[in-house]
Structure formats: structure tokens, C-alpha cells
Design a protein around this ligand. Structure first.
Ligand code: ZN
Length: 257
């Protein structure tokens, strides 16, 4: 099996890569490892010191938990595997505090983190609105976790598709003009194969005889969209490390059996 880089969107961080000579079971194992197994940092414990806002403590705690935090995978150990026996120490947890006074919309950027490497990725995400005289004071603890425990720890989403081979049948194009998506035509009005990407491949599939799509059974493209805690490169590398560890463990146990 080969892994090939296909494309990257620098603005959104989205990336597509291709597994060649593979099968759906393996591609799905990679996809699930990315979504559920790659650890990230998220707020887990919240102590509400003051909450004069209109939102219940639980809603604010939930909103804080869902904020994507930039993650330093090498700097932290999962809390339940730490030497502190999950009591919480600098190796496994980060403290963040928040103090705000109304009138204001409290933003994620107002959380003060003890570690500059672990902080909200999107500072302009609103947490709560405070009216005049209302106050909020919160102490939080963030820790590593996995998407299979709670989706707040998932680093992004991933989906796969079979590699498409696109064929344009020029003799049938005129009759099909209204049945195909307008985005696939170039400025001169001709169908450009390079423009048939993403959702447009499915939109063209079966729409009319001018464009036919054939899907490979063994070449599978994996699209990955990050939520921001980690780059797609880090997500994929970590997912492959985790799978590799699992297979080694399985192999060792199988050989001993
Ligand atoms: Zn610890």
C-alpha cells in the first residue's frame, strides 16, 4: 500500500491524501483513528466561583468544554496514565482562569492559560453575554482526552471516497448542458475535467451521458478537516502511530497464544 498526498487548503487546513492498493476496512480504520483516537486538550473540570449571567453554570461549563484548545501532544501525558495517579499535575493538566464583568460579550480569548501552548484556537468564540453589573469568575482544568470518550476531544472529522476516474464524452455534451452543474464549465463554455472535484463529482455521477465517473475499488482518498487543536499532518501521523502500536500489540499477543 502507498500513501500519496493529494491536496491541502492552507486557509482551512483541510487535506486530502490517497491510500493506493488498499481496502475499505483499512481506510476506515485510519479514518476512525483520526476522529476517535488522536488525543487533544479540552477543558474537563470547571469551578464556577461567580456566575451572575443569565446562563446556568452547566451551560457555561459545557460551552467551555467545547472550545478547541491548541494542543501540545509531546508536552502532556494523559491524566489516567500520569505518575500523579490522575490527581492532576503540570505533566497532565493545564489551569485556565476567566474573570469578566458586564456589560460585555465574554470571548474565548479572555481565558488566561498557565501554558501559552494550550489556549483557545478561536479567540472570538463567544462564551456568554454579561449585562451591566453581572460578573463571571471561573477556574478550569484542561486535560488530554480522546474523541471516543467525548466529542470535545476529537481533533476533526475525516471521510473517504473511492478514487474517481472521470471521462468526458464530447459528442454528448450539447444535449446535456442543463443537466450538469454550471461550475464544471470553463470560461469558454467547455467542460473542464480539472473543475470536477469534491461534491461536483457526485453531482455529475449519473446526471447525464456526457460525463461518466468510474470508482476505483482499491485506491481510496481520505479527506481530513481539522477543528484546530492539531494540524492535519499531526492528526494523521498520530493516528498511524496509534494503529501501528495496536497491530504490534495484537501481533505479540497472537504469537504468545
Ligand atoms: Zn499528572
Amino acid at each position: 500500500m502507498n500513501l500519496n498526498f493529494v491536496s491541502e487548503d492552507k486557509k482551512t487546513g483541510r487535506m486530502t491524501f490517497m491510500l493506493k492498493d488498499t481496502n475499505p476496512a483499512f481506510a476506515n480504520a485510519v479514518r476512525r483513528a483520526i476522529i476517535e483516537e488522536v488525543p487533544t486538550m479540552a477543558i474537563e473540570d470547571v469551578e464556577i466561583v461567580k456566575n451572575g449571567s443569565a446562563l446556568y453554570d452547566e451551560i457555561i461549563a459545557h460551552r467551555l468544554g467545547m472550545l478547541p484548545l491548541s494542543t501540545d501532544l509531546k508536552g502532556y501525558t494523559p491524566r489516567d496514565e500520569c505518575d500523579c495517579k490522575a490527581a492532576g499535575c503540570a505533566k497532565c493538566t493545564v489551569s485556565l482562569t476567566l474573570k469578566a464583568k458586564g456589560p460585555a460579550i465574554v470571548l474565548a480569548s479572555e481565558l488566561k492559560s498557565k501554558d501559552p501552548a494550550v489556549k483557545p484556537v478561536y479567540g472570538d468564540m463567544p462564551i456568554v453575554q454579561l449585562l451591566k453589573g453581572q460578573e463571571l469568575e471561573i477556574e478550569c482544568v484542561a486535560q488530554l482526552g480522546r474523541g471516543k470518550e467525548h466529542i470535545k476531544w476529537s481533533p476533526g472529522t475525516a471521510w473517504h471516497e473511492y478514487e474517481p476516474t472521470i471521462t468526458i464524452h464530447t459528442d454528448k455534451v450539447t444535449a446535456c448542458k442543463d443537466k450538469l452543474p454550471p461550475q464544471i464549465y470553463d470560461k469558454s463554455g467547455k467542460i473542464d475535467k480539472k473543475l470536477i472535484v469534491g461534491k461536483l463529482v457526485d453531482a455529475c455521477d449519473g446526471a447525464c451521458d456526457a460525463v461518466t465517473i468510474e470508482r476505483s475499488a482499491t485506491n481510496i482518498m481520505i479527506h481530513v478537516e481539522p477543528w484546530g487543536q492539531l494540524s492535519v499532518r499531526d492528526m494523521v501521523t498520530k493516528a498511524l502511530d496509534i494503529l501501528s502500536e495496536r497491530f504490534t500489540e495484537f501481533d505479540a499477543k497472537f504469537s504468545d497464544a
